[in-house]
Design a protein around this ligand. Sequence first.
Ligand code: ADP
Ligand code: MG
Length: 682
Amino acid sequence: MAELSTDVRMIRGIGEQRAKALGKLGILTLRDLISWFPRKYEDRTQTRRIADLVPGESACVAAMIASPPTVSHIRKGMDLVKVRAVDESGVLDVTFFNQTWLKNQLCQGETYYFYGKAEGNLLRRTMASPVVEAEGRREVTGRIVPIYPLTAGVSQLVLSRSIRQGLDACADILPDALPDEVRREHHLCRIGYAYENIHFPESAEALDLARRRLAFEELFLFTIGLKRLRRRREMVQVAPCRAVDMDAFYNALPFTLTDAQRRCVEEALADMERGVPMNRLCQGDVGCGKTMVAAACVYFMVKNGRQAALMAPTEILAQQHYGGLAPLLESLGIRCALLTGSAPAREKRDIATRLAVGETDFVIGTHALLSGGVDFRDLGLVVTDEQHRFGVGQRAALAAKGSHPHTLVMSATPIPRTLALILYGDLDVSVIDQLPPGRRPIETYAVPGSYHPRVYQFIRKLAAEGRQAYIVCPMVEENDELPDERKAVTAYTKTLQTEVFPDLRVSFVHGKMKPREKDAVMTAFAAGEADILVSTTVIEVGVDVPNAAVMVIENAERFGLSQLHQLRGRVGRGAHQSYCILISDNQNDETRQRLRVMTKTTDGFKIAEEDLRLRGPGDFFGQRQHGLPGLRVADIGCDTRLLQEAQAAAEALLARDGELVSCPATAARVAELFTQNADALN
Ligand code: ADP
Ligand code: MG
């Protein structure tokens, strides 16, 4: 067997049928197969005496079959095999469902290993459907057993046998992507040992060694890949921007920028004066004033004689940016335009023409900016707001309308340091870690559902003072999973309007509405035409309604911390004291801990760190696949030390051998990982 790219069908012992099953898991090649790492392990190394079995606990027993198995037919389609097993300490009654073939396999007088959950009492111990193996041939008892992520039609046993075959097929040819000296310096085991023991650990220590080695390798290769991506980007030459006197811009602002905003602007301007395309992320908590940083960059670019574009994820956000920025920038001689999908075709054409000939300097828009008819005379700067709402492709499509324009990405999702190191290895990051002066911290409370009457009372009181309220529910329509109407926006709105607040104006918005309907509702709410807005998380993204002073979140346990923080950021944007009320009847420890974090701090970075600690990195990206190439073993929430070690090793290697000539296996693996996934990284 020669290549890791070999089709699994070519592996001895894997036939058409099994290959098909593996294909369902996306396992096509030998590499896929051996890289299908266990989700967890079960320690079945310890055998217990029958008398020592603890009801409710899983354990392994070696016992002799005392009498021939019996089969009974209990009801349609359900057969039961019963067998009695004994050891010197007691008797174990074992039952199997629908496994009648076992009747002929379990022989009286022979000893077998059973692994399963013990039940029963002191007098009579039982196990239902345990794993059973004869003494000489033990695969799944008496050892640490891998538990793989599965899909319908593929069993643990099929998977672990296939992987066994796979490992046997490539034991001698596994290329080691870690250079020898790196491996030795960091006390890491060899590749073959690592793969063998991540799948079939000899012992807990061996598993630790394997895991550490594979996690290190991933982080090491990842770092090298990112550094090389960055280097490639830095090879692109663009004409450096001229320095611009920014005083006119600063003087036109109704306020003084915070030090953090100033620093961020200076970092971005310095990038653009460098002759290499800027690729900067401006990250800052909701309300920290990222928009003005973008505006400063736009001013700078236009004064350099080139054009700028700002892309927002929703129409209402685009409108809001336009409403805030156009008067300011127009007063400084910058010609602005707003381009969204809902504009009449004629208007869109006009805007496009003006952009193409250079009569418009700065355009704000939605993804409508990406459409084919929109071209620029000389696009020098692309700003995207709330970047996580855009696909990589969309950002790239906008950038492609210029010739290597500078890019600035603004994000309100605070990324913990450990994660930022990885995620933004190819971006320069500016952090705005300061709020404009005079903001009053939002007061946050976590209360049980029995507080509803008081919460309504409170909303009523604030409404009487002229304030507005958000009430967020986790889902759109009632379903079986959550029959309580409170969780359903539409039904809840109706109840609130008719029974609780007949004298107030209650409106609602949810993700299943058409974008235009959504925008209309939001715009009306922003204009003060409703007192209460019931919604799903669609309001999570940056809409600014300074008059909204209370955010009520129903079933708060259903949201991640970072999401709760984003939602809370919708209030406290004006001069009024604002409140966030988290309602949950959930008594689960983790939930309560999470809600407590919310009541204790309003610092988005702290919250993000906690979130990462409590729920792992998946939450930041939604899914198991967080889009980071090849990070399967490494846990970026926990392996911080290892990450630093791997990064240092990668940097040292690149410093002495930038082209990786001394380690072709490393170079090859990096290339493989990054050609498949480069998109996820920009
Ligand atoms: P975000 O970072 O969430 O996008 P915005 O840019 O929308 O924040 O700013 C939030 C609010 O703070 C806006 O109303 C903006 O005008 C105001 N703001 C921004 N910078 C300052 C500042 N330096 N001083 C006072 N208010 C500011
Ligand atoms: Mg914003």
